[in-house]
Design a protein around this ligand. Structure first.
Ligand code: IDP
Ligand code: MG
Length: 132
């Protein structure tokens, strides 16, 4: 069984779709094995997204991720890292396949509802970041 870290971003909490998003994981057969609601500080959001520090969107991303509470949660199941990325859809919701979370709920590339770890290394680091 593989674990991955997902986050309902502040736009998802504001839109009151926490339940709708978590339900997709549950009906897809995944276990939610840890979860909390947290408002990140700028320092925390900057550390979480440190791999994007040099990108032009970094400051905007940190502002967005600290704009309200978010819901980090740990998803467990077979192939969860890849499966969760597929359930999320492409980073830009305009490119996301229909039926994915970003296609159905996200407004734009910088307000795209959900995060999911992109590799085993990221998953280990991100689970530890929020839950250890
Ligand atoms: P991912 O969330 O699909 O893994 P990443 O490339 O890791 O995408 O980027 C992290 C987050 O940064 C994205 O989810 C999105 O919110 C934001 N982001 C990425 N690329 C852009 C961009 O070109 N413009 C604005 N925001 C972006
Ligand atoms: Mg990413």
């Amino acid at each position: 069984m593989e674990k991955t870290l997902s986050i309902i971003k502040p736009d998802g909490v504001r839109k009151k779709i926490i339940g709708s998003i978590l339900n997709r994981f549950e009906i897809s057969g995944f276990e939610i094995v840890n979860i909390k609601l947290i408002k990140l500080t700028k320092d925390e959001a900057s550390t979480f997204y440190e791999m994007h520090k040099s990108k032009p969107f970094f400051e905007n991303l940190v502002d967005f991720m600290t704009s309200g509470p978010c819901i980090p949660f740990v998803v467990e199941g077979q192939n969860s890292i890849k499966s969760v990325r597929e359930m999320m859809g492409s980073t830009n919701p305009d490119d996301a396949a229909s039926g994915t979370i970003r296609s159905d709920f996200a407004d734009s590339i910088d307000s795209n509802i959900i995060h999911g770890s992109d590799s085993k290394e990221s998953a280990d680091r991100e689970i530890a970041f929020f839950f250890e």
